[in-house]
Design a protein. Structure first.
Length: 283
């Protein structure tokens, strides 16, 4: 086995709105260039001690700037080494034919998961229950059929125009209830406001996973005091190169320094990611 970083941002930065892009001014030129050169990113993973990375992309033209072209980008980038680079794509929550789009993402672009970002896409994950976004029901059902995990951003965002009222993990509870065959990943574990809710959902539902990217590893046990007890449902991720996440290797080293038993660390870093993102894509 090897370590999987379940939340890395290799995104088409040329699509970003200028005010969103300003939050990435901390990137050094070598890091910024990795978006154009997957072989350099793979070398960086080697230096960091990481075998695989989930490349999180999504569609949010009004807040961040990413369009459906981000899906093609993710697919082409991951094709450099599909064993190690797991492409994630997005879909508009108001897509006119979400089932067909999910089918295309899975079968044509060979994406390994779908990312929904409620604070950036400005919607409630359960908006199908009251008829506001009825197509979400078809979206979730199609992802379950295609065995594509749905990664849902939970927790606050500091990007301009993000609306954090959509970031509460409890909005995912209806989805977990109504689609028990759908794998759901709570990205960032609801930090910094809703960690208890995220942990509750991971405990309650077999199909819900707690992903802890974007939290300083040295503070993980402050944010998630039940991390060891929940270790069978936890996924490691860094959120690199987001604000505050300077280096994947340093993030991993800080995680390994936590006072967690070796079997718990092994589970979070290596075993659990294989359950959500297996080595072989769905056939």
């Amino acid at each position: 086995m090897g370590v999987t970083d379940c939340h890395v941002h290799i995104n088409p930065t040329w699509e970003m709105r200028p005010d969103a892009l300003r939050l990435l001014t901390h990137l050094d030129p070598a890091t910024a260039e990795m978006v154009h050169h997957p072989e350099r990113f793979l070398e960086y993973l080697d230096r960091s001690g990481v075998e695989r990375a989930v490349l999180v992309n999504y569609v949010a033209p009004d807040v961040i700037g990413y369009t459906e072209a981000a899906n093609t980008f993710a697919s082409e980038y991951a094709s450099a080494d599909p064993r190690r680079l797991l492409a994630t794509g997005g879909i508009r929550p108001d897509h006119p034919d979400p089932a067909a789009e999910v089918h295309r993402l899975a079968r044509d672009l060979h994406l390994r998961a779908v990312k929904l970002h409620p604070p950036h896409q400005l919607f409630r994950p359960n908006a199908y229950t009251d008829g506001v976004l009825p197509g979400l029901r078809d979206l979730y059902a199609a992802c379950a059929r295609e065995r594509l995990p749905v990664i849902v951003h939970t927790g606050t965002s500091v990007f301009p125009r993000a609306r954090n009222r959509f970031a509460d993990p409890l909005l995912v509870e209806d989805v977990a209830l109504d689609f028990p065959d759908l794998t759901l990943v709570l990205a960032h574990g609801g930090r910094p406001l809703w960690m208890e809710a995220a942990m509750f959902l991971a405990r309650r539902f077999p199909n819900v996973w707690l992903e802890v990217s974007g939290v300083p590893p040295a503070r993980l046990l402050d944010y998630f005091p039940q991390l060891e007890r929940l270790s069978e449902k936890v996924l490691f991720g860094t959120d690199w190169p987001g604000p505050g996440v300077k280096d994947i290797g340093a993030n991993l080293a800080a995680f390994r320094a936590l006072p967690l038993p070796d079997d718990v660390q092994h589970r979070i870093l290596e075993e659990n990611p294989l359950s959500v993102f297996p080595r072989a894509p769905p056939s």
